[in-house]
Design a protein around this ligand. Sequence first.
Ligand code: PLP
Length: 470
Amino acid sequence: MTSKEFRKNGKELIDWIADYYDYVESHPVQSKVKPGDIRASLPASAPQTGESFEHWMQDVDNYIMPGITHWQSPNFFAFFPCNASGPGILGDLLSSGLNVQGMMWATSPACTEVETLVLDWLVEMLDLPTKFTSAQTGGGVIQDSASSATLCAMLAARERVLKRSVTPESKAGQAELLVAYASEEAHSSVEKGLRIIGLSSRKLRKIPADGDFAMDAALLAEAAKKDLKNGLIPFFVSATVGTTSSNGMDPLVEIGQVCTRHSIWMHVDAAMSGTAAICPEFRAMHDGLEQADSYCFNPHKWMFTNFDCDCFYVADRSGLTDAMSILPEYLSNKATESEQVIDYRDWQIPLGRRFRALKLWYVIRHYGIQGLQHHIREHVRLAQTFAGWVERDANFELLAPSPLNLVCFAHRDGDSKTKQILEQANDSGKLYASHTVLKGRYAIRMSIGQTHTELRHVEKAWDLFKEMAK
Ligand code: PLP
């Protein structure tokens, strides 16, 4: 593609995306294609000769768009927000355009330094403990996902424990004894991470949650004590700020006390809800975070930053690099030897990395702190308004507290009625919401946080649920 063609096609594509956002609301939110439909509509083999941009775009319109579920629709209320924005898209585009591979400071200094800067900014913006800044012992890094952040935290936690062993044999023996803890409401990525590091699911203690879906810290303390008595080594606790199912808030202060008492690594997963800490009035959910060894949240969920972007912080960066760093000759360079630079390849699983910080930098510079606060407050206000409607309706009830932007509710006639309402609402194409099961009850999850969701969308959703209940 010549630069002249690139310029022309690129401008057309930007127009196409802008049109998409202008009209995204008019699409049925959830794709209704059947498995295999999309593949069957496209040629089975690759073309022998190149095809034109116009031809690709025709196929996008005709064959790809029917298979798109419109996460950017203001009527998307399923799972969790995955909100995007103009500045986020442009930052991602610039990252693709530069296409640097920022595995080390030396391979593109700006890629590393902007990332360190923006992650330090976020510590201040969210009022996180200052030990997570690069100026102190810790630091932040962008991962692809919260799952990867949890996995990295586990690797660092394991290394910290095994470092105490003197021989490889005693290390292997100790590894057998490791056990981890998370609430029964924690995200499945905790269990997956354990499997990846070679510990079976049996090594995860799922601590019961209380009536508000928060980890019962007294039961955590009991479980750790029992394991220690049996000669096992508690090495990792994952606490959640905003559980996936219901937005439950684990008590970080009490969990931190257990972790401190037994020298257990405390990881805090605030994948979606962490963003809310940009508003001082929501920061109580982070009380106790100063005891954590690591923390993560996803700007790709609720901070208008295009997927993928998870911010992962550690209190002691040497703990992370001890677990991850291997320096083969072909990567050695003067900057690394000087120990004056960060090489983020040592802070993550893959070697290579994109310039993800650009999109986050653009987003923060576009909205400013006050702009971000405004939108987060608005989403929370909409969710609280919706929760109020549910509470006051004789036919529906709330199944969990709604501290922020997620409302879990059900019809009083029981699970099959609630399920029927959700299925019919989703089938209408007018919205997309998802479900969970809370204390044995089927619940509709109304997750509010898409960039362009306004009161009128939430009102329409409520009317639709009531209509489907008739
Ligand atoms: N942790 C929590 C609390 C989540 O809600 C989610 C996603 O829903 C995850 C982790 C996994 O997120 P990711 O897709 O970034 O791995």
